[in-house]
Design a protein around this ligand. Structure first.
Ligand SMILES: NC(=O)c1ccc[n+]([C@@H]2O[C@H](COP(=O)([O-])OP(=O)(O)OC[C@H]3O[C@@H](n4cnc5c(N)ncnc54)[C@H](O)[C@@H]3O)[C@@H](O)[C@H]2O)c1
Length: 272
């Protein structure tokens, strides 16, 4: 089936996290890999410059079209340079996937949960997830998608936006992204631009690498408990590719009539 992605230009943020000692790539990297397989040209953006450059090189060596632009999405000049480089390299931007994200300053969630939220953690969560996604989307919309009167945008929210983790800096930032998606879809619909978001449940990605088996909920014991209590609809945690497939659907022609949707991609996880 042709997904209508051949020749399309896609920016994917948070696209470069697959440490050699971790089995699963992140959602952004997984999305970039699926996009190039469908014939899209990808612009990888991440703060991890070495990994991003290596991924772009590896994709090009496989015959795909990819560039990496070192980007901190919280920085206005980086966002502008990212759009400049994408337009210089490929002449258009058809797809934007805002997947950049992080958990907390110390990687353990300390300072992320009320009543112990630290202002530094609050600022980080809002700068990366909300400000980064909102202002990059605005720049891409103004400079590429509105003039060309077409575009597909996907935000990465979280089940944390819809459940008990709403009392964390992370959860409230993700809730802001879910709600921004709806308003953005309404504002951009008249230009032929579709805007959706995915809300993944717990996904096995490198974001947990430093906290695994410590404070992260993703421990073998936690997974066993969820299975025993039938809280995992499909009997396993997801991987980056599981979420990437849903993102691919949303940016493809198959979703031509789908906009302002917040798609739960959690295989029925109910841990709230
Ligand atoms: N893993 C989960 O359980 C889960 C669940 C729901 C939502 N999410 C969200 O999914 C998205 C992707 O995360 P992931 O799980 O694939 O983890 P990941 O660590 O593999 O990917 C996140 C990427 O974002 C990059 N990044 C962080 N700060 C950045 C910045 N300022 N500018 C540019 N890039 C930056 C990181 O370097 C990393 O490559 C994130 O927004 C995360 O919050 C993750």
């Amino acid at each position: 089936m042709d997904l209508g992605l051949r020749g399309k230009v896609a920016i994917v943020t948070g696209a470069a996290n697959h440490p050699p000692d971790y089995p699963h790539p992140g959602q952004g990297e997984s999305t970039a890999r699926l996009l190039v397989q469908e014939g899209a040209k990808v612009v990888l953006a991440d703060i991890k410059a070495e990994r991003g450059a290596a991924l772009a090189e590896a994709l090009c060596a496989q015959g795909h079209e990819a560039i990496f632009v070192p980007t901190d999405v919280t920085q206005p000049s980086d966002r502008t340079r990212l759009v400049d480089r994408a337009l210089d390299a490929f002449g258009a931007i058809d797809i934007l996937v805002n997947a950049a994200g992080c958990h907390s300053l110390d990687g353990k969630g300390t300072g992320n949960s009320f009543p112990n939220i630290l202002e530094e953690d609050w600022d980080l969560m809002y700068n990366v997830h909300v400000k980064g996604s909102v202002f990059l989307t605005q720049e891409v919309a103004r400079r590429a998608m509105i003039p060309q009167k077409s575009g597909r945008i996907v935000m990465v929210s979280s089940l944390a936006a819809h459940g008990k983790f709403i009392s964390t800096a992370y959860g409230t930032a993700k809730a802001a992204i879910s709600w921004f998606t709806l308003g953005c879809a309404v504002a951009l619909g008249k230009y032929g631009i579709r805007v959706n978001c995915v809300s993944p449940g717990l996904v096995l990605t490198p974001i947990y690498r430093d906290v695994e088996l410590k404070d992260s909920p993703i421990t073998p014991q936690f997974e066993a408990m969820m299975k025993a209590d039938r809280m995992l609809g499909l009997d396993r945690f997801g991987a980056g590719t599981d979420i990437a497939k849903a993102i691919l659907f949303l940016v493809s022609d198959l979703a031509d009539y789908v906009t302002s949707v917040d798609l739960n991609v959690s295989a029925g996880q109910v841990y709230y």
